[in-house]
Write a protein that binds this ligand. Sequence first.
Ligand SMILES: Nc1nc2c(ncn2[C@@H]2O[C@H](COP(=O)(O)OP(=O)(O)OP(=O)(O)O)[C@@H](O)[C@H]2O)c(=O)[nH]1
Ligand SMILES: [Mg+2]
Ligand SMILES: [Zn+2]
Length: 295
Amino acid sequence: MLSGRVLVGYGPTSVVHEADDRLYRCVSRRRTGRAICGDHVRFSLPQPNEGVIEEILPRRNTLSRTNYRGQVRPLAANIDCMMVVLAPEPAPDPELVDRYLVLAHDLSVKPVLLLNKVDLVADGGAAETRLLGEWQQLGVETRQLSAKTGRGLDSLARTMAGGTAILLGQSGVGKSSLINALIPDLPARTQALSRTSGQGRHTTTETTLYPLESGGALMDSPGIRILRLAHLDPPALAAGFSEIGALAEHCHYRDCRHEDEPDCAVLAAADQGGISARRLASYQALLRERKAVQP
Ligand SMILES: Nc1nc2c(ncn2[C@@H]2O[C@H](COP(=O)(O)OP(=O)(O)OP(=O)(O)O)[C@@H](O)[C@H]2O)c(=O)[nH]1
Ligand SMILES: [Mg+2]
Ligand SMILES: [Zn+2]
């Protein structure tokens, strides 16, 4: 029996990186379920070029989202750090970032916000810095970098050593460009992936893991516009907005929804600028969405 880590899954087929650095195409069995990017697996090799996954080792965590039909879709497993990438172009979607932070909190994974393409901001990025400031105040680590000029990449590589980090964010923010800048032999690795999977040219339509020499790993993921979190229950959603939770204790009603109730400490704070009204709107949108799916 061999063991390794799943680099990418295409339905029942996956590419596994074995301990001695070889790649194998493997199929999952109904009994074990489908292996996903980041899984640690044990597999047998009944034929030289096709393995069979015999066991998926218990997942430390699973990053999932709800699809448009309300089904939970696992994207990747065994993650230590969620790197949410934003850029001056395409324009940031702050609500999407709030949602990633909810997910990170739920998985007990450290979030880091990466502002990429800082080479494009002429005025030192006043608008972007203001935007990042909102999350910084909540204790979220933020970094400014450029895949194009290399700014900030050395220190990013040092933070990643050891763990598994996933790059997430809208399409076009530069996730794949960052991977390309951080992994010098990326073209060769992509070719090896395509050769092994037999899926033709490898693209970033599937979340893909790249092992790092430091022992850690970096995952690239396809860009998304909407992050649905209908699989998280209201307490899990609330936990992602700690500044709201702290104030909710002072609301008149214990089950206050912070919408139009009298003596609501959260609404009062949002009015006076004590908390971000934008974040409160993000939270309420999540609750509404959840109600629409599971009334
Ligand atoms: N100026 C500048 N352009 C960048 C930088 N990083 C990426 N780009 C450009 O932004 C565009 C999108 O980059 P990608 O790396 O494909 O973006 P992505 O996040 O992987 O997009 P998806 O795979 O669609 O989710 C490309 O044209 C890159 O050349 C940067 O730091 N500065
Ligand atoms: Mg990409
Ligand atoms: Zn309230």
